[in-house]
Design a protein around this ligand. Structure first.
Ligand code: NAD
Length: 337
């Protein structure tokens, strides 16, 4: 089996590449532009595997991605390459349009042009986010596969646009594809621009721990290892088009999540006062979604998906990982976009 992963040097993509190389004999081609978010160190040692290939390619460059797909002839493409941070999309949306929309278009168009050259079992797994569905009130039912698209940030709008392109390339050109919409991931190797590593990093540095608004915003959290395991089972699908929402069924407000992290840090890296005293509420993010939640019963019923991690255990393991890898986090926090 030949598996092409886009964005395989990112947080989730690198976890997926590690899992494929560790658990199968599949040959992997990792395509990544190597932006500020890329972490070759997350694949240290894997480059020695004869099943691992890497090409530095910008998916916004049609000719390059077309040639990569043409030469590799993958059975599967897991498409994860993206600009992925909401705050960056608010400050500077243009790279989100280039990578998330034009990049996805280039991949779809290459697949369409190369349809007769690709294996019969070819499938594209388009990795997207629950943020495309917009926001929920505290009382509303969680998102599911039927939820309407109502994106609120430039990031979620760009991901929603890419999902719609995938759907239409299936409807119009018969490309076999699955869209996944997952909730917030956490775990090792996540860039400290994202909430959980940002809390840990600032806590350990003795900095303010910035929390938007009042911290009441709720997210559903899924450990990255559970997400990539779900992606592999989605990749086994025989359906010609489908969508799965993926989540951990573990909703928590940002402030309670911060408390959970600080309480654990107080235990394992204690100091004279609690880390939680470093919390500083800041002006709310523009267009800040109040709540995301996922009803994962479809993927659970059809594919037997069940997250292995409980949030409390996952947070402890993640904090332990960041404590062991402090110098990496410090280096990554300094990397400019
Ligand atoms: P990330 O920012 O950690 O990694 C993205 C990777 O894509 C980086 O290695 C980067 O170099 C690469 N990349 C960026 N632009 C590129 C381009 N033009 N061409 C080729 N490579 C490019 O992101 P992540 O958190 O690993 O997210 C991966 C995917 O999963 C994204 O599509 C994201 O929307 C989706 N997702 C993320 C989460 C989450 O909580 N992190 C949740 C649901 C879905």
């Amino acid at each position: 089996m030949k598996v092409l992963v886009t964005g395989g040097l990112g947080f989730i993509g690198s976890a997926l590449v590690r899992l494929i190389l560790d658990e199968s004999n599949d040959e992997v081609l990792n395509i990544d532009k190597c932006t500020y978010a890329a972490m070759p160190e997350a694949l240290e040692g894997k480059e020695l595997s004869q099943n691992y290939n890497f090409q530095q390619v910008d998916i916004a460059d049609y000719e390059k991605i077309y040639q990569a797909i043409k030469q590799f002839k993958p059975n599967k493409i897991f498409h994860l390459a993206a600009e992925s941070h909401v705050d960056n999309s608010i400050e500077n949306p243009s790279s989100f349009i280039e990578t998330n929309i034009i990049g996805t278009f280039n991949i779809l168009q290459s697949i369409k042009e190369l349809k007769d050259d690709l294996p019969n079992d070819f499938v594209m797994i388009h990795v997207s986010t629950d943020e495309v569905f917009g926001t929920l009130s505290f009382e509303e039912n969680p998102f599911n596969e039927e939820s309407p698209y109502l994106p609120n940030s430039p990031y979620s709008a760009s991901k929603a646009s890419s999902d719609l392109l995938v759907r239409s390339w299936h409807e119009t050109y018969g490309i076999k594809a699955v869209i996944t919409n997952c909730s917030n991931n956490y775990g090792p190797w996540q860039n400290p621009e994202k909430l959980i590593p940002k809390i840990i990093f600032n806590a350990l540095q003795g900095n303010d721990i910035p929390i938007y608004g009042t911290g009441e915003n709720i997210r559903d959290w899924l450990h990255v290892s559970d997400h990539v395991a779900a992606l592999l089972s989605v990749g086994e699908t025989n359906e010609i088009f489908s969508r799965y929402v993926i989540g951990g069924n573990q909703e928590m407000s940002n402030i309670n999540l911060t408390k959970m992290i600080c309480n654990y840090l107080d235990k394992v890296e204690s100091k004279s006062s609690s880390y939680f005293n470093q919390v500083k509420f800041t002006e709310d993010r523009l267009g800040h979604d109040l709540r995301y939640a996922i009803d994962a019963s479809c993927i659970s019923d059809k594919l037997g998906f069940k997250p292995a991690y409980k949030l409390s255990q996952g947070i402890e393991d993640t904090v332990d990982w960041y404590l062991k890898n402090k110098s990496w986090v410090e280096m990554k926090a300094k990397t400019k976009r």
